[in-house]
Every structure is written in structure tokens, then in C-alpha cells.
Design a protein around this ligand. Structure first.
Ligand SMILES: Nc1ncnc2c1ncn2[C@@H]1O[C@H](COP(=O)(O)OP(=O)(O)O)[C@@H](O)[C@H]1O
Ligand SMILES: [Mg+2]
Length: 258
């Protein structure tokens, strides 16, 4: 457990008698890109909600860099270094592209209200850093030329990228992406997967990527985990996992629209 960024130990959550996630165990090492796949309703988003503090587990514990987080709030968890995107886009539509990214980065700044109010040097220093970081992220996602436009004026694919740029602005040690390619066309999807691989390398970041379509994550995941009915069905080398008969069966006969 030396370099583990995230550890979930025997994590379960129940919603009205249904175990949406059942005895879930996961260790992610620094720099890994773990693909979390599974049929619809398997519990993938619920795993993200547990890790990011939206829900507290009914049983089990979660650790980030060896610090227990399963009893903390979402904002505390963001400050400790987890950023996420959502299955459905959540942007501030009327705000500009740049503002959307800066808002997230501001939440992770260290100056107090006093420094902010009186615009002390620490404020300006951090303000500049936030601006630089935001623009750097927009460039990586090829969105910098739209910085002044309202988020709602971007195409769907661009809005999905903006969400990731925003998550990255908080300088997370762990990035959680929930079906980031949902609704994208094949070309946009391929570009996005390449960009995800690029930010992983450039920032040496650890990524947990949820995807329904296993073919999409196959190329970029260092490891795959398959969830089915809230439980881990298979885990390991991506190619071996997708050829596992149990996995094929789950996908063919699995969830409501799998
Ligand atoms: N807040 C909730 N209340 C009740 N049931 C929920 C809640 N969140 C998720 N579930 C249920 O948990 C199961 C897993 O859902 P989810 O994690 O969204 O699956 P996935 O992301 O793999 O498609 C589903 O049966 C879903 O209906
Ligand atoms: Mg989901």
C-alpha cells in the first residue's frame, strides 16, 4: 500500500434494501489510469459518489493518500485533491469559458477572506497563478480561443472537455471522470481519449475513468475493473478482462440497456 493514491476497503452502500455497491475493494497506485466499466446500473457512478463524498458508505472505509476520507464532506475532499466530472454536464452556462475554469481553481486556493478582501500580495500571486493554470488547461483542451464566450455557446463535445479542464484546474492528485465521452461522436471521442492520455502523462496524474463502452477505454487504461450488480466481476490487464467469458456474459445479458 506504499504509493497508493486511493484505497476503498470493503465499501458498501444500500439504498432502500438494494446494495448498489457491495463489498467494493480498490487500490489505485500513483500514475495509474484505471478504467471502471460495467453495464448500466452496475454501480459505477455510485462508486464515484462514495469516493467524492456525495454519499457516506453504509460499511467500509475510503482513504486518499492514506488519509481517511469516507467521513468527510465533498468540499473537504476537493481540497484534499480529488476532482471529478459528472455523467451529465454541470457548467455555469452564462459564465465565460475562462470563468468556469477559474471558479473551480479559486475553491482550492489558500488565502483567507482577509487577504482576499484587502487584495494583499498573496491574493494577487494566487490570482495570477489561477489565471495561468486556467489558460494552460484551456490550451490543452483546445478551448483557449473561446475563453471569453459563454459556456453554453460551446458545442456539446467542447463543453465536455471544458468540464475536464475545470476539474484539472484544482490540481487534483486523483481525477474521476464519469463517462466523459457520453454523447460525443466517434471523432470527438477519439480526440478526448488522446487528451486524457496526454494530461495523465503531462501532469503525472492518477485517473479513474468510468465508461460504459469498454472499447473506448481499452486503449488508454493501464488496468480495467468490471462492476456488475455492485460487485467486482473482473479486474486486471485490459485485454484479458474484456475477453473474460463472465464479462462478455454480463455485457450481453446484463443491465437494462447494456
Ligand atoms: N440515490 C439513489 N437512491 C436510490 N437508488 C440509487 C441511488 N443512486 C443509485 N441508485 C441505484 O443504484 C444502482 C447503481 O446505479 P449507478 O451507480 O448510477 O449505476 P451506473 O453508473 O453503473 O450506471 C442502480 O440500481 C440505481 O438505481
Ligand atoms: Mg453512471
Amino acid at each position: 500500500m506504499m504509493n497508493s493514491v486511493l484505497e476503498c476497503k470493503n465499501v458498501s452502500i444500500e439504498f432502500g434494501g438494494l446494495k448498489a455497491v457491495n463489498n467494493f475493494n480498490l487500490t489505485i497506485e500513483k500514475g495509474e489510469l484505471l478504467g471502471l466499466i460495467g453495464p448500466n446500473g452496475a454501480g459505477k457512478t455510485t462508486v464515484f459518489n462514495l469516493i467524492s463524498g456525495v454519499y457516506n458508505p453504509t460499511e467500509g472505509e475510503i482513504f486518499l493518500n492514506e488519509q481517511k476520507i469516507s467521513n468527510k464532506s465533498t468540499s473537504q475532499i476537493v481540497k484534499l485533491g480529488i476532482a471529478r466530472t459528472f455523467q451529465n454536464i454541470r457548467l455555469f452556462n452564462k459564465m465565460t469559458v475562462l470563468e468556469n475554469v477559474k471558479v473551480a481553481a479559486n475553491d482550492s486556493m489558500s488565502y483567507g477572506i482577509f487577504t482576499g478582501m484587502f487584495r494583499l500580495p498573496k491574493y494577487w500571486k494566487e490570482e495570477n497563478e489561477v489565471n495561468d493554470r486556467a489558460i494552460e488547461m484551456l490550451k490543452i483542451f483546445d478551448l483557449d480561443k473561446f475563453w471569453f464566450m459563454p459556456a453554453e455557446s460551446l458545442s456539446y463535445g467542447q463543453q465536455r472537455k471544458l468540464e475536464i479542464a475545470r476539474a484539472m484546474a484544482t490540481k487534483p492528485s486523483l481525477l474521476l471522470l464519469d463517462e466523459p465521452a457520453a454523447g460525443m461522436n466517434p471523432k470527438e471521442t477519439e480526440e478526448l481519449m488522446n487528451t486524457i492520455a496526454l494530461i495523465r502523462e503531462k501532469f503525472n496524474i492518477t485517473i479513474l475513468l468510468i465508461e460504459h463502452d469498454m472499447k473506448l477505454v481499452l486503449g488508454i487504461s493501464s488496468r480495467l475493473m468490471v462492476l456488475n450488480y455492485g460487485q467486482i466481476l473482473a479486474e486486471g490487464n485490459p485485454k484479458e478482462v474484456i475477453n473474460n467469458p463472465e464479462v462478455i456474459k454480463a455485457y450481453l445479458g446484463g443491465g437494462p440497456s447494456a
